[in-house]
Structure formats: C-alpha cells, structure tokens
Design a protein around this ligand. Sequence first.
Ligand code: DGJ
Length: 701
Amino acid sequence: MAIQVLEERVFILNGKGFSYVIYLSEEGIPLNAYWGAGITHPEDFLDAAFIREAFHIPSPQLWPEEYAPFGGLRYKETAVKAVFSDGVRDLLLIFDRWELREDVLCIILRDESEPLEAALCYRVQEELGILERWCELQNTGDKSFTLEHCASAQFSLPGTGFQSINYTGRWSGEFQQKNTPVSCGKQVYESLCGLTGHQCAPFFAVHRGVNEEHGPVWFGVLSHSGNFEITVEDVCAQKVNIVAGISDTDFTWILGAGERFETPHVLAGYAEGLGAMSRMLHRFAREVQLPKPLAQKPLPVLYNSWYATEFSVTQEQQMALAERAAQLGVELFVMDDGWFSGRVDSTAGLGDWAADSEKFPQGLHPLIRRVKELGMDFGLWVEPEMVNPDSALYRAHPDWILRYPNRDPIQFRSQYMLDMGSPLVNEHLYHVLNELLCQYDITYLKWDMNRYVAEMGSTLCSEENGKSLWYRHTMGVYELAERLRRAHPALELEACASGGGRVDFGAMRYFDEFWPSDNTDPLDRLSIQRHYSLLYPVKCMRAWVTDDTNFNNRVVPLEFALHTAMCGALGIGTNLSKAAPVTLDLLRKNIAVYKDIREIVQLGDLYRLSSFENSPIQVVQYQLEGHSVLFAFLRGGQYGRRFYACFPRGLDPERLYRCRTGEVILQKRGDYLMYHGLTLELYGDWSSVIVQLDTIEVQEH
Ligand code: DGJ
C-alpha cells in the first residue's frame, strides 16, 4: 500500500524499493523516522525512539523535522519564515490534521496564534519509486502577511560520513559532476541568475560511498527553473539536514487573506547506485514530467543552421542547406538566430518576431514551402524573454523591461530582459508568437535565453510585490509556453539558455527537449553528456554534429563525433553547403543507422558502463525490452592493445542475443554477455563502435 497511517501518528509511504516514515512527536511536530530501503513491518515505528534532549542543545535543533519553521530554538536551516501584521516573525507549526486528497497525503500544520496553515503534501509514484513532495501555505486570516522563505521540502538523514554530489559548470562546460564530503557547516547549491543557470543544479544526492552500481543514495530534484537553493547541512547529533526550494535571496511573497501559495515540487528517491538513480529519474521524466505528445515518441533528426551561418541568414542559403539536409535524411529543418526584423548581429532585433523583410522579402513562406516539399518539418529560433534596445518593441515600450526606474539598466549581450511576470507583457508575447505559429507552418521552436537576470525591478509591478518578481518571471515563462502548447498541440519546444542554462525538471513540464551545451567538441561533449545523464534523460538531450574544429581546434574524425551525438537526440549542425561528398556520405549513413536505433536510445534504460575518468574506453548502453545498443569510444590508442572488455547490464540472462558490430556477428546468452563480458575491438586514436544486441529465438536441432 502506498500510504498507511498507524494510530494517527505514524505515516508510512511505500514505493518500489523504498519506504518513508513520518512520526508525530508528542509536541505535534512531524519528524522523519526513516527513509531508505523498503521496510516490511511499519508497526516497528510506533515506538520509534528519538534523541530528545542533549546537554545544552535545544531540542528543536536535533529534531529531524519534515518542515522546520523559522522560530523557537532552531539554528539550523529551516523551511519557512513569515512576517505577520502584528510584527511577529516566529512560527510554531503544530500538527492540526491529516487528509487524503485523492492520492496525496496532506499533513496539515497550523501556527498556534498566527493565520498560517502549512499542508505538507506527499504523493508516491509507486511503480517509479519516486516520492513527490511540496508544501501549500495558506493564509487563514483576514490580513495579509509576507512569506520570506518557503521551501518545498526538508529531509533528514541520520549518521555521519555523508558526501554530496552536485554539478559545477559554466557556459560550454556545463554539468561537471563533483562530489564533496558533508563535514561541517552548510553546502548551498544556489542560483540567483533568474533561471537554473550553468553553475550548479537544483538537486541533492547524498551518500556514504556510491558508484554506478552499488551504495545507497538519497536524492531529490526540484521541479523549478528559477532561483533555487538546496542546502545540505551537517547538524550536530549525527544528522544531515537537507532543505530544497526556491531561493529566499531577494524573495518575498505577500499572501493576502484566504490566499494560498504552492511551492514547486521536489521529486525524491532512494536508490542503490547512481545508475539506478538516473534510470528512476529518466523514467519519471518520460512517464510523468515531459509534455505528453512527444514524451513516449523518439524526437526527429534535426538540422540547425547556427554553426553554419550564425546571423548571416539568407533565404537562398537556407534553401540550399535544406536541400542537402533532406538528402541526408533529416526530418526537421531549423533556422536559428538571424531571421527576424533587423537582426544583423546580436545588437538588434530581439523582440521583433517577424521575418526580416530584406532577408525574406516574401516572408518565410517560400522557405517553409521548400522545406515542406523536401519532406521535412520546419522550426525556428526565438528568444521571447529578451529585447534589444535597438528594436521596435523597445522603442515602443521601454518600460516593459526589468529595471529600476531611476537607474540605467544593465545590458548583457546587448539585450534587456522583459518583465515576463507582467500579464501585459506576457499577453503581448503570446499574441506575437501565436501569430507567427498561425501564419506559418512551424512545428518546432527553439526557445533561447541568453542573459542572466539582474536589477529585478519593474515599473509594471506594485512596489510591495517587487521581491516576488524572480518567481513571477519563471511562472511567466511557464505560462507562455503552456499557452502556446495549448493553442498548437503539435508544437515541439526546445529550451536553450546559452547552452545548458535552463535544464531542469521544472522546464521539463513545458519543453520537449534541451540544448545541454553550445560545446560540440566530441571529447568535451562526452563528459557533458555523461554528467547530464546523471539526472536528465537523453530522450530530451539534443546533440549535434558540427564542423570539426568549432571548439578547441581539435580535429576529431567525423564518425567519432557522429557516434557522440547519436548518444542523444541526434542533430546536424555542419555547414552542409561546404561539406565534401565523403562527409555527406558518412552523415547519411549514420543518420540511417540512428533512425534504426533511436527508439532504444531515446526511450530505453541507460547504463553508463565505463568512462574516460577511470578507463581508456567510455561505454554507454541503452536497453529497451529485448534490444540493447552500446556506444564505445577510445580516445587514445595504445600500441599493442586492441581489445577491451565491457560488461553490458540489464539483459535477460537466459535469452540468446545476436551481437552486431558492423560485419561481426556473435550469438551469446545474456548471462555470458553480462558476466563474462563482451570483447570490443577498438584501435587507434578516436576510435568508436556501435554494438547492437537483439534477442533471438534459439534454434532447436
Ligand atoms: C545561444 C545558443 O546556445 C546557440 O545554440 C544559438 O542558438 C545562439 N544562442 C543564437 O544566438
């Protein structure tokens, strides 16, 4: 049973592979009694013992609270803080009642004298092994008050020796996974950029020693694309305190009489090994989070013109690229930045979402018609949140940007940020983009976002609501994406933010795919893609092949680059007009191979078998029902060494598999392949192979 309640004081949440137990203390405080592998006898928790007192340490500091309020004798990171009309800034949240709202367990807490009610919400995605948590804060009084902090969830783990995983990163160097001991004080993973950002990600993963296959890991991802704050704190008495939610830096939310604020959700889980954690999150993404129309379907192979043309877009050149793309088997032709009014370079045009009349004298119709005749769908680049000072939109509405009225606004990449939280601005953007989608046969939009937020002020927002703008901006982005999707249900949306600046489980509810990095150098990319996959499914990871020296001046054979990109949702960014016949031939062949295997790659379970971090070969495997695909990469060959063992996972031990690498075919049972291993032949620098494993029936003689 997913939710059990014992004696009105012990709440047990069970999902595949885990149990989560909440215990009501005598004071009426919900405490975490247990989180880990599934337990069989919940009644053992009826007399769960807690450290109640320690010499000179106030009890609340030691309680493993489910949602600690700021107030009383608490000095650890707390989950909620409010300022009331009578000046009180302390909260004492005590159990009031519990309710089942359909499949959601709500434990409702109330302050003893202030009008705040907090519903701690828990939903178990039983089969997926994911516990969804959030909090609904309600003003039950007749005067407004101010929320200064409202996390989504708090977690507590007993013991010492924990380590914590997150990313560090930057533009073109996103998703670099790091592991640090949780030894003293707080570790804060935070974004104050107004979006997820490149520096770290909204999640926690704590463990006491874990690798791909072994070791318990407790994790949670925040489903939110704006400012966030994840705190992992070593509190005294051998406990780790974890708080996850929107950042409270420069944040307040005024809760009027009777109003409610629902925090973003946290998707938490417990797994054995990082590989299992990733697979759980990937499944959750595919089955619950991603927009339905495309979540269970493989994404098309796209061509994107950015690296070929940058801003110098013309109709003829786009048509020429489209001709070649179609011959290769591309299914979606995307014209990137540079197509709209006045867009000669990065300094002009943003905000004016109509085709540039010099570049496209008859609008986009001739190009789109040609792309369609060639059998491809058509997609466009937009950056809805932005405006250049040199644009008709800015000249008409200089007051629509985020800025403080009496100060010169800061430009970044020659652009300002629109106040997306304002209904007026949002409505305008909806009108313009909807118009574009109605006017032309556009199947896909790449929604870019190329500057971080600063000066979160607005002339369109009331002064007292100023500190809510960070949150409102993110909600404005979601709302616009949602409205466009509703009006155009077949629309495919990609989120890009100077590469991977807006990759998260919140954006995943509105965007079908992400651009993880502008860096397409295969070696850098293999590391970025591997670490990206720690949380995010390759189903929604766009990966392009571009001209070989675009990054690092490193010349890598095209096949190696292609195989790297085929590990995700394949895209081509090569300048096809300049490409040699041999290049076109290789692209065509590999696109055909990719189409055969993409269902397994995009919808299968991912196993990271080995990595360049600790092996000469990096191998990744995708497994779907009776089929597996492996990509193996050797960066630097070694004289006299040609054969490398690899150990596929997740096969049926008793079934017979046909293993194919090019011409070489082998038949072995699943147990042989997994335990004895598969020998891969890789030779010389930049060598790569694809291995396909398919179950076959045993022939009786
Ligand atoms: C940044 C993106 O990451 C690139 O892929 C490209 O779309 C440019 N913006 C266009 O300005």
